[in-house]
Design a binder for this molecule. Structure first.
Ligand SMILES: NC(=O)c1ccc[n+]([C@@H]2O[C@H](COP(=O)([O-])OP(=O)(O)OC[C@H]3O[C@@H](n4cnc5c(N)ncnc54)[C@H](OP(=O)(O)O)[C@@H]3O)[C@@H](O)[C@H]2O)c1
Length: 301
């Protein structure tokens, strides 16, 4: 346990759960914030408002700031680009400027979505070319962090899975909700590729990599890669529902009205830098999904 102070933004979300658990285990003073106060351990902080951010830095005086706050729904971002720029890009610039002013180390969570998907795999050195407002605004965040700070970590995550029924906003919980609604057939795309990233494993890895003091930008995803279809097949298998639920492959045009934001064909990341520095603590995606599925099995009972 160290007595450095840790400020976390956007900690009420699906990654926030795991980050809060990991960092409050290792640091005695953690200030977890969000605009959505879903937990009693959260304090209100809107990263779009620099005076609110300044007040948090002035009063709490963090040594480390973990910046998770973002708008993460791609369709919502397409429909409201101004708010997306303010939250994801300006909000990150606000935190980066204050981290610089207060000499704090900043950790920023970015996304595999910064790439255009025209190649199958992307390492840490490949050139981003974001396709949608979410990814563009997140990429600007990466640029600000690198422009203003020396003591920073940027971790690019892939398809996030974690936090369970209540907070998981992404693919796994979307499938699970359909199962709970009684659906016996699921339609899943097989023309979108990526690397799942388990929040618990990801949060633990952030802590371990930070401890090395090797600052910089890192791809940090689970090992292995897959299509959305592959993930669904494994999830159903881990839920012991293979005989009860049919999974039908479709292509992305099937969901073009619902998921209208442009998405890359491939978001597969390779943790080249973490591997080379022998600090890749990410585990196999199937092993992580099997562990995560236990949360949902309990809900089925
Ligand atoms: N989920 C993924 O697949 C994924 C993949 C790669 C990278 N990431 C990155 O990982 C980080 C954490 O995302 P997540 O998956 O935990 O998403 P999340 O569940 O949407 O969490 C983000 C949190 O930030 C909050 N927030 C939104 N606007 C804010 C503002 N102006 N000030 C303060 N907080 C604000 C959100 O509140 P509301 O719920 O009210 O919006 C939410 O509680 C984000 O930076 C995201 O870009 C996520």
């Amino acid at each position: 346990m160290t007595n450095q102070k840790v400020l976390i933004t956007g900690c009420g979300g699906m990654l926030g759960d795991a980050v809060y658990a990991e960092f409050s285990k290792n640091y005695s003073q953690v200030m977890a914030t969000d605009i959505n106060l879903t937990e009693n351990w959260l304090t209100y902080l809107d990263v779009r408002e620099i005076d609110q951010c300044e007040k948090a830095f002035d009063t709490f005086k963090p040594d480390i700031v973990l910046h998770l706050a973002a708008l993460t729904d791609l369709e919502f971002c397409e429909n409201d680009p101004d708010n997306t720029w303010k939250t994801n890009a300006l909000g990150t610039e606000n935190i980066a400027l204050l981290a610089k002013k207060h000499n704090a180390t900043m950790v920023y969570i970015s996304t595999a979505g910064v790439f255009d998907g025209n190649q199958e795999y992307y390492n840490d050195f490949d050139q981003p070319n974001p396709l949608n407002y979410y990814a563009k605004s997140k990429y600007h965040g990466e640029v600000f962090v690198q422009r203003y700070l020396e003591k920073f970590f940027i971790f690019r995550a892939g398809w996030m899975m974690g936090s369970g029924v209540k907070k998981d906003k992404k693919f796994i919980n979307k499938i699970f909700k359909q199962i709970q609604e009684g659906k016996k057939e699921l339609f899943i795309v097989d023309d979108k590729l990526g690397t799942p990233t388990y929040t618990v494993n990801f949060a633990q890895s952030i802590f371990k990599v930070m401890k090395t003091g090797y600052y910089g930008l890192y791809n940090q995803v689970c090992s292995g890669s897959c299509s959305r279809y592959d993930v669904a097949v494994k999830f159903i298998e881990y839920l012991n529902l293979t005989d009860k639920i049919k999974i039908t492959k479709v292509d992305s045009s099937y969901f073009e009205k619902e998921y209208f934001a442009l998405r890359p064909y491939s978001e597969k990341l390779v943790n080249l830098k973490l591997e080379s520095r022998k600090i890749n603590f990410m585990e196999d995606w199937e092993k992580c999904l099997e562990e995560y599925s236990k949360v949902f099995i309990n809900q089925l009972k």
